[in-house]
Design a protein around this ligand. Structure first.
Ligand code: URA
Ligand code: SF4
Length: 217
């Protein structure tokens, strides 16, 4: 997949500065032209560590910024972020000690009346943006990645990976830290029935407990 897609987009590699500073990376991502998604977004949304001074051991990887994140420049501050916060709290994980980021750093959307409707990033865009995620991983050196949803899971574990089949298990992929995939909180919020949302959120919490257990070792 990667090599076929890579010919269509320049990719982010040439925009990633050789640095040991997250702040420098976070500034440089604003100038990225590695794919076309920067054109219609307000700004790039880079990852962030919570307020704790501790070095994060856990990195969570979402899909891409949503409408709120695009306006505020901070990952997971909208409705999906609120659900994620609740699930983290229930699992006994302190969000302030987690580094939270996205697979793709610019918001992809299409107009639907007055709203900006989220659009799934393509395989080419996911591939183009991967150098930023890799740079974040090099800096943070997390002991575990939690992939929230199929986009993050497939960027790391390959296109054949199915979150529904293998969620909650720690997987190994060459060149990556150990990774545990789980559902995306935004997809849970989209489930039409209350009972499905509750069940899926409970599964997400259970997967996060597995992540916590892994870190305790
Ligand atoms: N969904 C994501 O994947 N990331 C965000 O930052 C917000 C919503
Ligand atoms: Fe660069 Fe990623 Fe934004 Fe594309 S989505 S322009 S690769 S930062």
């Amino acid at each position: 997949m990667a090599s076929r897609q890579s010919s269509k987009v320049p990719g982010a590699a040439e925009f990633v500065p050789p640095t040991r500073s997250l702040a420098v990376l976070a500034e440089a991502v604003q100038g990225c032209r590695g794919c076309d998604l920067y054109r219609n977004a307000t700004q790039a949304v880079f990852g962030q560590t919570g307020s704790s001074a501790k070095k994060p051991r856990l990195m969570m990887v979402g899909e891409q910024p949503g409408d709120r994140e695009d306006r505020e420049g901070v990952p997971f501050v909208g409705p999906a972020g609120r659900l994620l916060d609740q699930c983290l709290e229930e699992a006994g994980i302190d969000r302030r000690e987690v580094y939270v980021t996205n697979t793709v750093k610019h918001f992809k959307w299409e107009p639907r009346g007055k709203v900006r409707l989220h659009k799934k990033p393509s395989a080419g865009e996911i591939f183009a943006c991967r150098p930023w995620l890799q740079a974040e991983i090099e800096m943070i050196e997390p002991e575990l990645l939690v992939a929230l949803g199929a986009t993050a899971a497939q960027a790391i574990l390959g296109a054949q990976f199915r979150v529904t089949q293998s969620h909650g298990e720690v997987m190994r992929a060459e060149g990556w830290p150990p990774v545990l995939a789980t559902a995306h909180p935004a997809s849970i919020l989209r489930a039409p029935r209350d009972e499905d949302r509750h069940r899926q959120a409970a599964e997400l919490v259970q997967d996060l407990r597995n992540a916590k257990k892994f870190l305790r070792k």
